[in-house]
Design a protein. Structure first.
Length: 246
């Protein structure tokens, strides 16, 4: 089964041109056997454009297209990515109080779509994702979000740790949702400029990332149940933030 041509860029020169034109690309697949000056140029341009590169067996690329690919294919993104500092400056210039989300290890595109939908409804201005270890923001994600992924700033960063440092340098507090935290959600001050870190349902927030957050909190529950779905939990947190800010 081949991915429709509109969703991928096939071949070395087309990928180089796409990168030079700064087209929004989710990731580039490079055959482990691919070599040459143009392959090195693709790697350099990808790094400059903050586009992740994955090295895969040639069979993987063969399964994606029947076009002559020369060991290189790139996946077009269904959304536009923004620079984090530019978004911070834009939100502050509008006179708004930043309310951002940070997704750490959330891989299910349906969850990401649902999170984006709630984020837009509750007034969050941006979602920050890492360039690796997160679900692809493809057409399925956009569809699940009912178009919300096209109405909110998506910031893709090389490192969530560095992103947290950047947020804090801009006066934005970073809080992490954690089941064993002592602070209850409704006792957390969400009126201040803040970003909320949401981890995967399986592993939670990366420990090193949790460590550099200003505070952790949990969502109180009536019954002793293991956990909430990450998109549902995010909705509850964002609604609490909206309620406090109203």
């Amino acid at each position: 089964m081949f991915i429709p041509k509109k969703n991928i860029i096939v071949g070395r020169n087309p990928v180089v041109e796409a990168l030079k034109q700064h087209l929004t690309i989710d990731k580039i697949l490079v055959s482990k056997k691919a070599s040459g000056e143009i392959v090195n140029e693709i790697k350099q341009l990808a790094r400059a454009n903050n586009v992740p590169v994955q090295y895969v067996p040639i069979e993987k690329i063969n399964s994606l297209t029947n076009i002559q690919h020369q060991g290189i294919v790139a996946f077009k993104s269904a959304v536009r990515y923004f620079n984090l500092q530019h978004v911070i400056d834009f939100v502050v210039a509008k006179g708004e109080t930043p309310l951002f989300l940070i997704l750490d290890g959330v891989t299910d595109v349906r969850n990401i779509g649902a999170i984006a939908r709630t984020a837009v409804c509750c007034g969050a201005q941006a979602i920050i994702i890492p360039d690796k270890g997160v679900g692809a923001l493809n057409e399925d994600a956009v569809k699940t979000s009912a178009g919300a992924l096209e109405q909110i700033h998506i910031c893709r960063v090389n490192s969530l740790m560095i992103a947290v440092d950047e947020l804090r340098l801009n006066g934005i507090s970073v809080f992490a949702s954690e089941m064993t935290a002592t602070t209850k959600l409704y006792n957390l001050n969400l009126n201040i400029p803040c970003a909320i870190v949401m981890g995967s349902e399986e592993k939670g927030v990366y420990p090193a990332l949790m460590k550099i957050c200003e505070n952790t909190f949990h969502i109180p529950m009536a019954n002793n149940f293991e956990s909430l779905n990450v998109s549902v939990a995010t909705g509850m947190i964002l609604y609490e933030a909206m309620k406090q800010r109203k």
